[in-house]
Structure formats: structure tokens, C-alpha cells
Unconditional design. Structure first.
Length: 175
């Protein structure tokens, strides 16, 4: 058993520096090995957010399926949705001005732009930023922008509404 201690060097004023004490069975003989342990731990937060999206946003734990096969099928579908929502929110926070096409397919963006114009009268650019797309999807789920960043539940509701409307739009294109 090994312990890796990580200390924040330049903590913001009036805040205690972060200290992590990580217990591991991995080797920590080199700087590279220690860095790998720290990187793995830092990834933990993203993994936890994925499971919050799956459990809260997609309400996976509330499903009452009768077979393991049904559960696994639902898990595969809801995992894909959770990953998309996580990616949307993560990019929105870290690269808010990036094109929405980095996380959403163009046809979803087209529907979102048209829907926003129809429901609010606001005209979005053909390719809005990820941040704008996030808030428009959240608006579809009932989010009020003054309440800060959207949570998983309203984001999931909005994304579900976007997908449903997109399906109708795609069917209308067929004829």
C-alpha cells in the first residue's frame, strides 16, 4: 500500500489549499507513476458527473424492467444520452465559445435553431456556440436562465424534447 500526497501550491486568497491523500496499490517509484495516480484521481470527478447524468438526468435507477436484457439495453441507450449531456455541459464550461457542432450533430442544431425562433422569436446563428446550445436545450426542459447553470434533470428533459421534435422533423422530410 502506498500513499501519494498532493498539495495545492498557489491556493486562492482566503481559501485553504487543497490536499489529497491518495491510497494506492500501484507503484509510485517515479514522477511519471505518481502523475498517473493523480491523473486517474482527477478523472474521478468526470466519472461521477457521468453517473449523475445517468441517474438524475436519465433517471436510470427508476426504470423497472423485467429482464436483465431489458436493463442492459436501457443502460446502453441511456449511457449514450448521458455521455452526450456530459460532453455538452463539459465543453460549455471549458470552451463556451466553441461551435455547437463539436458536441451535437448538425441536424439537431438546425432543429434547435428553428425551435428557438418559433418559441421565443429569437434568431440564433446557424451554428450557435456550445454555451448557447446548452441553455436553449435547458430552456426546452424548463430551465430559467436566471437560475444559473442547468442541472441534469432539466438538461435531460430538454434534450429529450429536442430528440422527439427532431424525430418528427426527420419523418416530415421523408414525406
Amino acid at each position: 500500500m502506498q500513499i501519494v500526497e498532493v498539495r495545492e501550491v498557489d491556493a486562492p486568497d482566503n481559501e485553504k489549499p487543497i490536499i489529497w491523500r491518495l491510497v494506492t496499490t500501484e507503484r509510485v517509484d517515479t514522477k511519471e507513476q505518481v502523475a498517473a495516480i493523480v491523473d486517474a484521481y482527477r478523472t474521478r470527478w468526470l466519472i461521477e458527473e457521468f453517473f449523475k447524468a445517468l441517474k438524475t438526468g436519465c433517471r436510470f435507477q427508476q426504470l423497472q424492467l423485467e429482464s436483465i436484457h431489458g436493463l442492459l439495453v436501457a443502460l446502453s441507450i441511456e449511457s449514450a444520452v448521458s455521455w452526450r449531456l456530459l460532453m455538452l455541459r463539459w465543453v460549455s464550461r471549458h470552451e463556451p465559445d466553441a461551435d455547437a457542432t463539436t458536441v451535437l450533430p448538425p441536424e439537431h442544431i438546425s432543429v434547435l435553431v428553428a425551435l428557438t425562433a418559433a418559441e421565443t422569436g429569437r434568431r440564433l446563428p446557424r451554428t450557435p456556440s456550445v454555451r448557447v446550445a446548452l441553455f436553449e436545450i435547458a430552456r426546452l426542459g424548463g430551465h430559467i436562465k436566471n437560475n444559473g447553470d442547468p442541472g441534469w434533470l432539466v438538461l435531460s428533459r430538454g434534450f429529450d424534447k429536442l430528440l422527439t421534435i427532431h424525430r418528427g422533423w426527420a419523418l416530415a422530410q421523408i414525406g
